[in-house]
Each structure stands twice: as C-alpha cells, then as structure tokens.
Design a protein around this ligand. Structure first.
Ligand code: HEM
Ligand code: HEM
Length: 160
C-alpha cells in the first residue's frame, strides 16, 4: 500500500490518521464526560483530558497539511453532485470541528475573565455534541455505501 492517496484509495498515512485519531477521540469523549465525576475526582483526569485534547489539535493540523498534499479519492461513478458535496462538506466539517473543539477547551481553561470562560465552555459543549452528530451521520453513510450501494467507499478507508 502506498503512503500517499491515489485517485481511488486512501494511502496508509491517511488511514493511520483516520483510525488512530478515531480511537483517541473515543477516549477523549469518555474523559470529558467523566473527569468531573465524584468517583474520579483527584485522579488528574482533567489534565489528561487537556493533554489529549491538545494532541488531537496538533494531529488534526498535521493531518490537514498531509491532506492538502494528496489527491482526495474520487466518488464512485454515478454519485450525484449534491451527494458529493455533502460527503466532502462533512469531511471538511470534521476538520473544522476537531480544531475548534480543542481551541474552545484551551480558551475555557485559560481565559482571564469569567464571561469568556463561560462562553468557551458552552461552545466546547456545542462543538462536542456536533462532532457526535456528524460521526453518527458519517457511520450511517459508510454502512449505506458498503451494504446498500456495495461500492468501495468503506473498503478504501479500512486498514487492511
Ligand atoms: C478534540 C478534543 C476534545 C474533545 C472531543 C473534548 C470533549 C469534551 C467533552 C465531551 C466534555 C464534556 C461536555 C461538557 O462538559 O460540556 C468536555 C469538557 C471539558 N473540556 Fe474538553 N474536549 C476536547 C479538548 C479539550 C481541551 C484541549 C481542553 C483544555 C485544554 C478541554 C477542556 C475541557 C473543560 C475545561 C471541560 C469542562 C467544561 C465545563 O466545565 O463545562 N477540552 N470536553
Ligand atoms: C471520531 C470519528 C470519526 C471521524 C472524526 C472521522 C473523520 C473522517 C474524515 C475527516 C474523513 C475524510 C478523510 C480525508 O479525506 O481527509 C473520513 C473519511 C472516511 N471515514 Fe471517517 N471518521 C470517523 C469515524 C469513522 C467510522 C467509525 C467509520 C466507519 C464505520 C468511518 C469511515 C470512513 C470512510 C469510509 C471514509 C472515506 C470516505 C470517502 O472515501 O469518501 N469513519 N473520516
């Protein structure tokens, strides 16, 4: 498998970014939802959440740079204009959300005045929920391609 994407498949670098960041994000959602819970207090999970969040931000920026240097695999033949726009739009939205989410977290953690902290926390929560919603749509579309359309869209992102 080549490192770079081709016109009809993702290369191993894009796949490693995709599935690696996917696993880190699962852990990060667990941390975000739990570091303030009584039974986990004092364990420093908030610090782990901050460090993992900053790591995700860094990885997304490197991933975006790599994407800019690679062809984006083409949509299967017969894909409508609107569907292609929707698919690319959702992918771009992931990049925006996964950069905005940690930036809001960093702001919530470091802003000097209470008003900014509260706003950043609210935005952080909204971005987190939006990411979950986008992932849900994304997974449904991946299943639709694989089991209904039976095209190569899921297969070309699988690690094997
Ligand atoms: C992609 C990265 C991140 C994800 C997916 C994520 C996810 C979450 C989730 C699901 C929550 C709980 C929802 C809520 O309380 O509203 C949360 C809370 C929080 N996160 Fe993150 N987070 C990320 C990055 C960061 C970073 C980088 C920081 C700080 C440096 C941070 C700071 C916080 C804080 C302070 C809270 C508590 C908010 C509150 O008290 O309302 N997060 N995060
Ligand atoms: C946190 C969860 C996830 C995020 C943030 C995410 C994000 C992304 C992004 C940004 C792309 C575009 C890659 C690029 O062109 O640079 C992508 C592609 C893709 N993802 Fe995900 N993904 C997630 C979970 C999943 C899951 C669970 C599946 C499968 C069940 C999946 C299947 C795919 C497929 C098949 C593609 C390629 C689509 C195409 O070729 O047009 N993703 N994903």
């Amino acid at each position: 498998m080549s490192a770079k994407n081709t016109n009809n498949s993702y290369g191993w670098v894009a796949k490693t970014f995709h599935w690696g960041i996917f696993m880190i994000i699962i852990g990060q959602f667990w941390l975000g939802g739990n570091f303030k819970e009584e039974q986990f207090e004092g364990m420093g999970l908030n610090k782990v959440h901050f460090l993992v969040g900053i790591t995700i931000l860094f990885l997304m920026l490197v991933r975006l740079a790599w994407r800019a240097k690679n062809p984006v695999p083409e949509m299967p033949e017969g894909t409508g204009k609107l569907q292609a726009l929707g698919a690319h739009g959702l992918h771009i939205l992931f990049y925006i959300l996964l950069i905005a989410l940690p930036v809001a977290g960093i702001t919530a953690n470091n802003a000097a005045d209470e008003g900014t902290v509260e706003l950043a926390k609210t935005m952080h929560g909204i971005f987190a929920k939006s990411t979950l919603a986008a992932v849900l749509i994304h997974i449904i579309m991946a299943m639709y391609h694989n089991f209904v359309k039976k095209d190569n869209v899921l297969k070309r992102m699988l690690p094997w």
